[in-house]
Ligand binder design. Sequence first.
Ligand code: ZN
Length: 281
Amino acid sequence: MPELPEVEVTRLGLLQSLPGRRVKKIVCGGKRLRTPLPRALLALHILAGRIVAIDRRAKYLLFRMDNGSVLLIHLGMTGKLGLIPSAEPCAVHDHLRLQLDNNMDLRYNDSRRFGSIMVWPPTEARQMENAFSARLGVEPFSRRFNTRYLRERGRSKKQAVKNFLMDARMIAGIGNIYANEILFGAGIHPLSPVNTISDGEWKRIIHSTRRVLTRAIRAGGSTISDFLGSSGNPGYFQLHFMVYDRAGKQCRRCSTPIGKCIVGGRATYFCPTCQPAGQTI
Ligand code: ZN
């Protein structure tokens, strides 16, 4: 499932050649995604428009058009965006195809169809974006992601810190893989109750979050050209995980076998030595 780094890697890859391009033709597949494809809005606001910028908010990509409208794409579980020569036949599971003015297509492929595609019309885009953004947690690279924010939001919560990090209303874009890696980097047990985390520990979590995400984005970034090809292998598979999916294997730092438990229904990995359990839930 794409997490923040994979979405950011997609954005960085598309940024190299998409801004400035005009959408000449739009072809929608016959199947619905998590929500039906907004065919009428695509034809009305995206067709014939020029893409001027690509932003990311949480795990959404925002394609800003010269007419003020925004094309919003969420990759769901298996969604992929690729720039592919228009002459190449469509693949199975290609659900949206934007034909551009340079004989390339922006294609959205999604085998499990949990992704979603939306359009914000020019007159309502700003208002819709504000409402959308207000429902999401802070961006991990923003200044609002700080000790005070985490302390205040976590003060009355007894849940495991790992679940708190994965709560999209608190922090945007951290899924299971990176929550495990972040807590290892911070030396904090994933079951520690949120209301027992000290300011010093929040600082370590903030630092580890940015370091882990930056490293993941860089790892993906080095394979952007593959990533964007139709045969692309996303770069994040090359990541060297410290704990994720390593139950029973030696900790890369101290050689203790990595432990595994289930937290909030999700597989959770930790090093019992590097992440000592103080008080846990
Ligand atoms: Zn260790």
